[in-house]
Design a protein around this ligand. Structure first.
Ligand code: ZN
Ligand code: ZN
Length: 412
């Protein structure tokens, strides 16, 4: 079992927040060569027939080796290679779910999700429906959803989170993560950076709407976020230690959601905005950008909105939003790890931004600063979006941070 799970479980027992905190039973490890422990783990569970689920890229990164290791250890190995759409994306939608259902047989005893967040979401949903367990084999430190029990699925082109199951164990192999593309690590960092605004929204939702809150899950997510900030250069370097820190933070963020049974610790206004962009991209038939890349950019915009809201309202609980980092600082961190920091870099036009911001709170029945702004200060949305287009642009070159005026650069 991961070393930090026992500590979380013992703290959860004495938590007086009123939530039911189920014992977390996640096994596994974050280490070099972790993938080689998988056959022994499955054997100890007394299982024999397993289905390795991957896409073309993640099969190359880890699926192939995993199948080889399992076959060598005499397991019955089935395979499901999830197809990509015309843009090369695997989407967690009806089509992918059916594809996997067709590959799973009565004999299948265990599924192995080999890949990033999308493959995990498809597997966890199918496992929940078929009553089969699964293992998580991340091929990139790109998202905090590996251990989650909810599957964000695209149903009829609308993103909704469906109840599913979490994995029995996670085997995060640092040798594999080290080989992953830099933009995937940057996306994992972006997903963590979004915790600034999600945590601020969580406290806000408790104060304004008495929504459920747990100090333990809050602290767990906050500590994970701060670990990433403290080690941003290490993460940016793509070293094994940087990836270990990021992966541990992503897992802990996922566990904080498991602890409380909802996603408030890890998902606020920034996630709602990023989900809107994802749906817009799909409807327009454009290629997808990584979840965490969108979350990071959304966090920059949302923090700008929230800090402005705090200056207008000048009272509790709004002043809490002033603890958020400046948007320029968030952008700087994103650039340090090699991730996008502006909507333009994601192929998102600002002309639709206000409409998107207005619609985003309707994705979840939840109080957020964004909902409050939409309902009480709607004009602020246009003002802040306009303001951001004339903000100085941050550039990071070889670790040196320089601020360049947008005009000097001939526009964004
Ligand atoms: Zn996320
Ligand atoms: Zn609690």
């Amino acid at each position: 079992m991961l070393s930090f799970i026992a500590k979380i479980n013992s703290q959860a027992q004495s938590c007086s927040c009123g939530h039911h905190h189920a014992q977390i039973t996640l096994d596994g490890t974050i280490a070099s060569g972790a993938i080689r422990l998988v056959p022994g783990y499955i054997g100890a569970k007394g299982l024999n027939t397993v289905c390795v689920v991957a896409d073309r890229n993640t099969d190359q990164a880890a699926g192939e080796e995993l199948r080889h290791l399992l076959q060598k250890a005499n397991f019955q190995v089935q395979q499901c290679l999830l197809p990509e759409n015309k843009h090369g994306d695997v989407v967690a939608d009806e089509c992918a779910v059916v594809q996997l259902l067709l590959s799973v047989t009565n004999e299948t005893e265990l599924l192995l999700a080999v890949g990033s967040g999308t493959i995990h979401d498809i597997v966890r949903f199918v496992c929940a429906k078929t009553g089969k367990p699964f293992l998580s084999i991340p091929t990139a430190a790109s998202v905090d959803g590996f251990t989650s029990a909810g599957a964000p699925l695209m149903i009829n082109q609308v993103k909704q989170t469906v109840k599913a199951i979490s994995p029995l164990a996670i085997f995060a192999d640092l040798d594999i993560l080290e080989q992953s593309p830099r933009d995937m690590t940057a996306a994992g960092f972006g997903d963590m950076l979004g915790k600034w605004t999600s945590l601020a929204d969580w406290r806000f939702s408790k104060a304004m709407a008495n929504e459920p809150f747990c100090p333990l899950a809050f602290r767990l997510t906050e500590e994970s976020l701060l670990m990433c900030i403290q080690h941003v250069d290490e993460i940016a370097s793509g070293s094994k230690e940087g990836l270990r820190i990021l992966m541990e933070a992503l897992i802990k963020s996922g566990l904080s959601m498991l602890l409380v049974g909802h996603s408030r610790p890890a998902s606020g206004g920034e996630h709602h905005l990023s989900h809107m962009w994802e749906m817009e991209h799909l409807r327009a038939g454009r290629p997808q950008r990584l979840h965490g890349a969108k979350v990071g950019v959304a966090a920059v915009i949302i923090s700008s909105l929230y800090r402005t809201l705090a200056h207008i309202e000048r009272r509790e609980p709004f002043s809490d939003y002033l603890k958020l980092p400046e948007p320029t600082q968030l952008a700087r961190w994103l650039k340090t790890v090699g991730g996008p920091s502006t909507p333009e870099e994601l192929g998102i036009e600002r002309k639709n931004m206000v409409q998107t911001l207005k619609a985003a709170p309707d994705l979840r029945p939840r109080m957020t600063g964004l909902r409050y702004i939409r309902d009480h200060h709607p004009r602020l949305l246009a003002e802040v979006v306009q303001d951001m287009t004339t903000q100085p642009q941050i550039e990071v070159n070889h670790g040196c941070v320089a601020v360049k005026k947008e005009k000097e650069q001939g526009g964004l």
